[in-house]
Design a protein around this ligand. Structure first.
Ligand code: ATP
Ligand code: MG
Length: 670
């Protein structure tokens, strides 16, 4: 506690009423939350199980858990909830789902599953999907975040296009229910609805959670705001921390005005502002302050730091995106060799995932270890999706999507027309495809051999389920993977045996991860169903497995994913018009959110910061001219050094040959 400054201490010790800590980047907001948890457990005698701390991403939740575990441990901390909003939602739904009419083994649909479902519904309804699925999915998500149900959406529809979305929403919701499935947004929406309809359920959770802490509160949307408000009730035992300048999720329904709303909701709200930054050099802070000063402000904040003035901020012009990625990777290699830190001290941040592809390739060519957070995750791999589908079907036989994914993987000689027959049979009777397998015997329209194969499959799956139910879950799952001889299937379907082995290793990683999820679970959640549900959620939140977290790797991630994190050395690439700010935001005149994103990027850096932009860049196969971002003009000119281009040209000519042969080697190795 003595390490905290007086304002931070004040925030930590104030537990009598609602508290808002409003402060700029790196001022110790998250630190206040972790210290406060420790203070309440150790000094105030609050039990861990009565405290919950919420944040948005798995990475942030993991970091927070890690920081808390360094401060407190032992029995008093047991049951402490440090999780994402979605994980808390899942926990609540798992306990209380009966009152909403869901069966216990519900599935959680990822964005791809949800989109596939929407496409199917559109095809059923209109004979084609009109390329609308993406837009409709986004619209449905916004409705859910705003707590608007399908009937309300239909009543409020504004014109035919909106009506089409609203009707798709209604059908989508019905289909989800039939699959006994939830989507990502339901994980918040359903608990709120449940609390509204069943006061006794709410009371149960209010008795469990006496004190709630929320990080990054500016990112809450309406449903999250309601969840917090209901859990707190009129007791006001709440600490929220936030920074309106770091609000970057408006497109997902986040409402930074929820910060101001707190003052209306809790007239006795106490406000603490923090202004000392403990993360960055003064020069980096000055740059951040200059940029964000171009936005209008609700709350004025003036950040300062005692960490010295620091190195100038480098702005590097590169010939094209190839030179840009090459420059960043070779520089990191060079700086590491010269002893300027480990690989893990460097982060490369970008606006869009498309920028990661070339970057990743360059990291591979130069053999520099890296880790991409978000983007193509572990769970996006085919082998993982296959095994996850087996697990999903195991816990929820109504999950037709999972059934369809694996009924023929590995091949069971069940053809498309058989599946079509099965689908019709199931739809007509309102049962799942899995259950239809058992009943199909009486149906004469399908060849006997096909029916037999379907029944074999379902009988086998039922045996695995029974073993899981009788407490031999992990052994049953390991045997399931060997029963289907998935390894042989991978060998038949991979380009080389090395690739097949790597993919099989991924499968084992998944199973180990399931086992450790199971072992780490609370007493009331120690079953396969809960463990699979947690894994699916981790997948949804697009995070890679935790194991490689400790390795020495350069961190690559989007600006969005970098929020709350810090790195000694940061590169932000593609600081160009139409990238940062994004083209769509320019068209929609939404520059302020892009500026906040830029602010988030700059304030991740502790010691050095470099911003790169390209003279030209390939877009849809054409080479286009790029303009440096307007945000570069907003930086303090005297604190910048400009580098690049000519030097790149030379370097590139020298390295051109190496890169080509390196790339060739890389492709050959796949
Ligand atoms: P962001 O807005 O980016 O989420 P934040 O306000 O949550 O930042 P923290 O991540 O809590 O800030 O803190 C930034 C850094 O400053 C961390 O490395 C933290 O350990 C350190 N720090 C926080 N408070 C103090 C303090 N009183 N003395 C020394 N270091 C501190
Ligand atoms: Mg933070």
């Amino acid at each position: 506690m003595s390490k905290l400054n007086p304002r931070q201490q004040e925030a930590v010790k104030y537990i009598d009423g609602p508290l808002l800590v409003l402060a700029g980047a790196g001022s110790g907001k998250t630190s206040v939350i972790t210290r406060k948890i420790a203070y309440m457990i150790e000094e105030c005698g609050t039990k861990g199980r009565n405290i919950a701390a919420l944040t948005f991403t798995n990475k942030a939740a993991r970091e927070m858990k890690e920081r808390v575990s360094q401060l407190v441990s032992g029995p008093a901390a047991r049951g402490l909830i440090v999780s994402t909003f979605h994980n808390l939602g899942l926990r609540i739904i798992r306990k209380e789902h009966q009152c909403l009419g869901y069966k216990s083994g519900f599935s959680i649909f990822d964005a791809q599953d949800a989109q596939a479902l929407i496409k199917d519904l559109l095809i059923q309804e209109h004979g084609e999907d009109n390329d609308q699925a993406d837009h409709i999915q986004h619209r449905i998500s916004n409705w859910k975040n705003d707590m608007v149900n399908p009937e309300q959406a239909i009543a409020q529809a504004d014109g035919p296009a909106d009506m089409l979305c609203a009707q798709a929403y209604l059908r989508y919701q019905r289909a989800l229910k039939a699959y006994n499935a939830l989507d990502f947004d339901d994980l918040i929406l359903l608990p709120v609805q449940m609390f509204q309809q069943f006061p006794e359920v709410l009371q149960r959770w209010q008795r469990r959670i006496h004190y709630l802490l929320v990080d990054e509160y500016q990112d809450t949307n309406i449903s999250q705001y309601l969840l917090v408000q209901m859990l707190i009730g009129d007791r006001g035992k709440l600490t929220v921390v936030g920074d309106d300048d770091q609000s970057i999720y408006a497109w997902r329904g986040a409402r930074p005005e929820n910060l101001a709303q707190l003052q209306d909701d809790y007239p006795n709200l106490k406000l603490v502002k923090l202004e000392q930054n403990y993360r960055s050099t003064a020069r980096i802070l000055k740059a951040a302050n200059h940029v964000i000063d171009h936005n209008p402000h609700v709350f004025e904040k003036a950040l300062w730091s005692e960490l010295g003035y620091g190195d100038p901020i480098r702005v590097i012009r590169c010939r094209n995106e190839e030179a840009e990625c090459e420059r960043v990777v070779t520089e990191i290699l060079d700086r590491r060799v010269r002893g300027h830190g480990q690989y893990a001290d460097f982060a490369v941040l970008y606006r869009g995932n498309f920028q990661a592809r070339l970057l990743e390739l360059k990291f591979q060519v130069h053999n520099v270890p890296y880790k991409i957070s978000g983007g193509t995750s572990f769970f996006a791999r085919n082998e993982i999706k296959d095994i996850m589908a087996y697990l999903r079907l195991l816990i929820n036989r109504d999950d037709d999507n999972a059934f369809l994914r694996i009924v023929n993987v590995p091949r069971r000689k069940i053809g498309a027309s058989t599946l079509e027959g099965l689908g019709t049979y199931a739809t007509e009777r309102g049962i799942s495809m899995f259950d239809a397998c058992d009943e199909m015997g009486i149906e004469q329209s399908l060849p006997e051999a096909s029916v037999k194969r379907l029944r074999q499959f379902s009988a086998w799956m039922n045996r695995v389920t029974q073993r899981c139910d009788s407490g031999e879950g992990m052994a049953a799952i390991r045997e399931m993977v060997s029963d289907i001889d998935y390894e042989a299937w991978l060998h038949q379907n991979s380009s080389s045996s090395a690739v097949a082995e790597r993919r099989m290793a991924n499968v084992f990683t998944l199973i180990d991860s399931l086992q450790s999820t199971l072992e780490k679970a609370d007493d009331d959640e120690d079953n396969i169903q809960a463990a699979v549900a947690k894994l699916v959620l981790r997948d949804l939140m697009d995070r890679q497995e935790e194991d490689d977290e400790s390795m020495d790797q350069v961190q690559l991630m989007t600006l969005h994913a970098s929020k709350g994190l810090e790195f000694p050395h940061v590169y932000v690439i593609g600081v160009e018009e139409e990238i940062l700010p994004h083209r769509v935001s320019i068209e929609e005149d939404n520059i302020e959110e892009e500026r906040r994103l830029c602010y988030v990027g700059i304030t991740r850096a502790k010691q050095t910061l470099a911003l790169t932009y390209c003279g030209k860049r390939k877009q849809y196969g054409e080479l286009i001219d790029c303009a440096p971002s307007r945000f570069l003009d907003e930086l303090p000119y005297d604190d910048l050094v400009w580098e690049g281009e000519e030097k790149d040209l030379e370097l590139n000519q020298q390295r051109g040959q190496d890169t080509l042969s390196g790339l060739k080697g890389l492709f050959d190795s796949f």
